[in-house]
Write a protein that binds this ligand. Structure first.
Ligand code: NAD
Length: 256
C-alpha cells in the first residue's frame, strides 16, 4: 500500500527484526516514505528478501545480519550501516520473541532468552546508535513494546515484564536525550497477525477468533497498521513528541 508521503526522504533507518512480520512492514513503509533502510535480523535470508523487495519497488535497502542479544554485533551493524548508507537518523527496535505458557511452567533458561531478545536487545541497539546521534544532535528512536507491557497478558509474564521495562527505559532515555534533539517513543501493538502470534497461539485453537471478537474494531491488527505509527514517530511530524506510548490495537486497550 503506497502511502504517497515522502517525509523521510534522505534519512537513514535501521529496523531490527525486519525479515518478516511487523518489522518487515515498518521497513517497507519507511522506505516508501523515502528512507534508506537497513534490514537487520538474525534471519539473513528473510532480511535479504525484504531488502530485495524494497529495491524492486524503487527504494534503498541493505540487509544486515544482526543478533540483537549481542552488543558487539549491534555496534558492528550500526558501523556498517553508517559506512554503507550514511549517518543513522532512525533506530527502530522491533525484534522480539516469546513462548506462551504459564509463568510457573517457565524455566530460568526461557526467562534468559526472553529477556535477552526483548529487553537487552533494545538496550544493545540504543547503546550502539546513540553516541553518533548525540554527536550529530538529531535522531529518532522508536521501540516496539506491546500492550502486554501496559495491561498484562495471560501466559506472557516475563515477556510482558520486558515490554513494560522498555516503556520505563524509553521514557528515561527520552528525558536524557531531549537536549540532544533525539526523540524516543514507544509503539504498543495489540494482537497482530504475524508468525509470532500464530506460533504463540498454535496450541490454542479458536483463541485468535475470540481475540478478534473482543477487539472493538472486530479484527486482529495487520503489520501495516503498526508501520504508519512508527513512520510518524520517525518523522519530523513528531519532532515535539518524546517519551510517548501509543497503542495500536483496534481499541482493545485504552490506557489513560
Ligand atoms: N504479533 C503480535 O501480536 C505482537 C503484539 C505486540 C507486540 N509485538 C511485538 O512486535 C515485534 C515484532 O513481532 P512480530 O509479530 O512481527 O514477530 P515475528 O516473529 O513475525 O518477527 C520477529 C522478527 O525478529 C527477528 N528476531 C528474533 N530474534 C532476533 C534477534 N535475537 N536478533 C535479531 N532479530 C531477531 C526474527 O528473525 C523475525 O524476523 C516484537 O517486538 C513483538 O514483541 C507483536
Amino acid at each position: 500500500m503506497a502511502s504517497g508521503i515522502t517525509r523521510l526522504s534522505g534519512k537513514v533507518a535501521l529496523v531490527t527484526g525486519a525479515a518478516q512480520g511487523i518489522g518487515r512492514a515498518i521497513a517497507m513503509r519507511l522506505a516508501e516514505e523515502g528512507a534508506k533502510v537497513a534490514i537487520a535480523d538474525i534471519n539473513e535470508t528473510g532480511a535479504a528478501q525484504t531488502a530485495a523487495e524494497i529495491r524492486a519497488a524503487g527504494g534503498a535497502a541493505l540487509a544486515v545480519r544482526l543478533d540483537v542479544t549481542s552488543l558487539d554485533e549491534a555496534i558492528a551493524a550500526v558501523q556498517r550501516v553508517e559506512r554503507e548508507l550514511g549517518p543513522l537518523d532512525i533506530l527502530v527496535n522491533n525484534a522480539g520473541w516469546d513462548k506462551v505458557e504459564p509463568f510457573v511452567e517457565n524455566t530460568p533458561e526461557m526467562w534468559d532468552r526472553v529477556i535477552a531478545i526483548n529487553f537487552r536487545g533494545p538496550l544493545n541497539c540504543c547503546k550502539a546508535a546513540i553516541p553518533g546521534m548525540q554527536a550529530r544532535g538529531r535522531g529518532k528512536i522508536v521501540t516496539i513494546s506491546s500492550d502486554a507491557g501496559r495491561v498484562g497478558s495471560m501466559g506472557e509474564a516475563v515477556y510482558a515484564g520486558c515490554k513494560a521495562g522498555l516503556i520505563g527505559f524509553s521514557k528515561t532515555l527520552a528525558r536524557e536525550l531531549a537536549r540532544s534533539n533525539i526523540n524516543v517513543n514507544v509503539v504498543c501493538p495489540g494482537p497482530t497477525e504475524t508468525a509470532l502470534l500464530r506460533s504463540a497461539m498454535a496450541e490454542r485453537p479458536g483463541v485468535l477468533d475470540a481475540m478478534a471478537k473482543s477487539i472493538p474494531m472486530r479484527r486482529l491488527g495487520q503489520p501495516h497498521d503498526i508501520a504508519g505509527a512508527v513512520a510518524f514517530f520517525a518523522s519530523a511530524d513528531a519532532d515535539y513528541a518524546t517519551g510517548q506510548v501509543l497503542s495500536i490495537s483496534g481499541g482493545l486497550t485504552m490506557v489513560g
